[in-house]
Design a protein around this ligand. Structure first.
Ligand code: ATP
Length: 318
């Protein structure tokens, strides 16, 4: 039997005056996973997230939350770290965190207990009685992260949660997200431009471009699919001799690294469809000194750039 998804976004449309920001978006987020919502600036990610958190409503289409139509009543089961951060500057840190926890229906005692644990985990415990205005950007962000997760939401929505952190604190927050998924079964919707975090954290992604989903699926499958038969070859010799030698047997896609005219070079290649890599390597070894040959493993950054650029060039008027 098919499992009920945490979120089923179906044919969602949203316009701002003449501009259609979402053009019939379908996204399915499985329960208990970390789902990456990706896309270039202006693709429509924040517009979609705002609908999930009840800030705006779709013009058309539907959104269901664990099998029932999303309503305001579900907001209590959602944790949200918005892209625009905001805490009341004149309040003390602990007092403010307690205030937000109580707004979400938590008892003061329980909220304080959980807050102490989180403050220690993210190393802001010494800041309980300090004013928010004195916090650095990263520390304020950690406090907002804690406020978003404290009521143990079923769905946690994080909009650019790692921007503004140094690498050590970014890793602490990434580890906290992994722990929420693994220990509490929290479903996470993560919107970020940081492709390294997507590779480390996300099970599945959807790539939005100009208000449309142009790619979606499990991260490992998308990276594998994008490989498209490409491999890298390191060799000694000259690029010119190499290009003449390979002729039409392989397509030279890119020179990745070139030491000097007669030094070591690294190129990305794709064999012609009938080519066999083992016999081709045996043959090319007679032409140049082969140092290494590895299947090319595209990163999520490669997948993102290639998919968006292909879509943009295909939609250009000829
Ligand atoms: P970024 O990565 O830069 O945060 P995004 O994917 O979150 O971008 P959105 O903020 O959702 O993009 O914007 C999508 C489109 O909708 C943009 O063209 C934006 O200008 C437009 N838009 C968003 N909100 C409004 C609004 N309130 N009024 C008018 N246009 C809007």
């Amino acid at each position: 039997m098919e499992r009920i998804p945490a979120l089923a976004i179906s044919q969602v449309v949203k316009s701002f005056r003449a501009h259609q920001a979402l053009k019939g978006v379908d996204v399915r987020v499985n329960e208990g996973g970390i789902f990456g919502l990706l896309g270039p600036n202006g693709a429509g990610k924040t517009t979609l997230i705002r609908m999930l958190t009840g800030i705006t409503a779709p013009d058309a289409g539907s959104i269901s939350f664990f099998g029932t139509p999303l309503t305001r009543a579900h907001i209590a089961q959602i944790g949200y770290l918005p892209e625009e951060r905001g805490l009341y500057k004149s309040m003390r840190v602990g007092e403010q965190a307690l205030y937000f926890a109580q707004l979400r229906g938590m008892q003061r005692q329980e909220a304080e207990k959980r807050l102490r644990v989180w403050f220690e985990k993210l190393e802001v415990e010494g800041w309980w009685n300090r004013e928010v205005a004195d916090l650095s950007k990263g520390m304020a962000q950690k406090v907002q992260f804690i406020i978003a997760v404290l009521h143990e939401p079923r769905l946690l929505i994080l909009d650019e949660p790692f921007s503004g952190f140094d690498p050590i604190n970014a890793q602490r927050v990434r580890d906290a997200v992994i722990e929420l998924k693994e220990k509490q079964g929290t479903t996470v919707l993560l919107s970020t431009h940081d492709m390294g975090s997507v590779e480390e954290l996300c099970d599945e992604v959807a790539l939005l471009n100009r208000g449309e989903v142009i790619l979606d699926g499990p991260v490992h499958a998308l990276r594998e699919q994008a490989r498209d038969g490409r491999f890298t070859l390191r060799f000694r010799g000259t690029i010119m001799e190499f290009t003449v030698a390979i002729g039409a047997s392989a397509e030279l896609i890119q020179v990745l690294h070139s030491e000097s005219t007669v030094g070591e070079h690294e190129v990305m290649l794709r064999l012609s469809p009938e080519g066999d890599i083992a016999s081709w390597l045996h043959w090319i070894s007679g032409e140049v000194k082969v140092v290494a040959c590895t299947p090319w493993q595209p990163s999520m950054r490669d997948v993102f750039i290639e998919t968006v650029e292909n879509r943009e060039s295909n939609s250009m008027p000829s």
